[in-house]
Design a protein around this ligand. Structure first.
Ligand code: ATP
Ligand code: MG
Ligand code: FE
Length: 343
């Protein structure tokens, strides 16, 4: 099987050809970081226009790299949400047009499912069920992944996503956009014990995350002028990791009756080495394999969308050509809303 994956839900325009035996035949990613940097965050209008300009040539280049035509592809998988509606529409409409022209099935993919299944693209031994920490620019959730489309959400953030907390803290420290990777680099030269910062919801009876208070404390620490930026960065990262480990340990306890095949991390923030190391230790304490996708599969890409397409295609699934884009699209529709937090 070969599936063409298309991703355009945020600020990466991407296309990839992925096979059923886990090969990425070709892939292209065009980042819009430069376009959004002056604004310190993603500007939806600019993003949608950039996706529209870049996507078609990028798909052509991906097919050319693999030496393939659309006729040789088995299905077209496009992100249909959640994300910025303008960008999602560009990718989904392009996917529909290609499906119509080629007569190949269209598979509408939930971007979060792309992240959630990406560890299985890299690791053929990772079987369902597994416990997933999904940490990205817009989400911070712990999910029990029982199969394709089968997710049980155990925890979510009641305010900011983890990637958002990294990006906003990085902005305070003048590290630019997107700030997560830069903050991690700066933290490496700082002292994580220097700056006293809160660990929101650590040890609390509820299962959820909160990062808004931590982000505000970073701002106050910076404004006080008493601390070196590197120490603030290191202390922020240490506090965030303590929260993540505490919440994930609690989730592991909550599903202690489930025969888990691994503790898994995915999403853009999974590219953070300190977080990976801490989770690896937690997994070892529980006698679980720890699985994290390679760095390049953590942040937004189309290979993970193509792979989710491969998994759904193998189950005989596809979508009608009038399938709608869904700017909001929870992985677990049964999960109760948390204090007005987004999905
Ligand atoms: P979502 O997937 O929730 O819709 P998104 O697609 O915008 O959001 P991703 O591309 O999955 O998010 O992840 C981007 C986020 O990951 C950004 O917030 C970025 O700062 C963060 N990030 C990337 N690398 C690192 C790192 N090394 N350390 C910390 N954060 C990182
Ligand atoms: Mg991005
Ligand atoms: Fe993402």
């Amino acid at each position: 099987t070969t599936v063409l994956g298309i991703e355009s839900s945020c600020d990466e325009t991407a296309a990839a050809l992925v096979t059923g035996d886990r090969r990425i035949l070709a892939q292209h990613i065009a980042s819009q970081d430069e376009a959004h940097r002056p604004f310190g965050g993603v500007v939806p209008e600019i993003a949608a226009r950039a996706h529209a300009e870049r996507l078609a040539p990028l798909i052509e280049a991906t097919l050319a790299d693999a030496g393939m035509t659309l006729d040789e592809v088995d299905a077209i998988a496009a992100t249909a949400g959640p994300g910025l509606i303008g960008g999602v529409m560009v990718g989904l409409v392009t996917g529909k047009a290609l499906a119509m022209a080629s007569g190949k099935p269209l598979i509408a993919i939930n971007h979060l499912e792309g992240h959630a299944l990406s560890p299985r693209l890299a690791d053929p031994d990772l079987a369902y069920p597994y416990l997933l920490l999904l940490v990205s620019g817009g989400h911070c959730q712990i999910l029990l992944v029982e199969g394709v489309g089968q997710f049980r959400r155990l925890a979510t953030t009641i305010d900011d996503a983890l990637g958002e907390a990294f990006d906003k803290s990085a902005k305070v420290l003048g590290l630019g956009y997107p700030g997560g990777p830069a903050l991690e680099r700066l933290a490496a030269s700082g002292d994580p014990r220097k700056v006293p910062l809160p660990r929101p919801l650590k040890g609390s009876a509820e299962p959820h995350f909160s990062f808004a208070g931590l982000k505000s404390a970073v701002l106050r620490a910076h404004q006080s002028g008493e601390h070196a930026d590197a120490d603030i960065a290191a202390s922020f990262q240490a506090a965030a990791i303590e929260c993540i480990i505490d919440r994930t340990r609690k989730a592991l306890k909550a599903v202690s009756g489930v025969p888990l095949n691994g503790l898994v991390v995915a999403g853009g923030v999974a590219a953070n080495t300190a977080i990976r190391t801490a989770l690896e230790g937690l997994a070892a304490q529980h006698g679980l394999p720890f699985i994290a996708p390679p760095m390049k599969l953590c942040t937004d890409n189309a290979a993970m969308i193509g792979w989710a397409g491969v998994e759904r295609f193998a189950l005989g699934q596809s979508d009608p050509l009038d399938v709608s884009a869904r700017p909001r699209w929870p992985l677990d529709p049964d999960a109760a809303a948390v204090r007005g937090a987004g999905v």
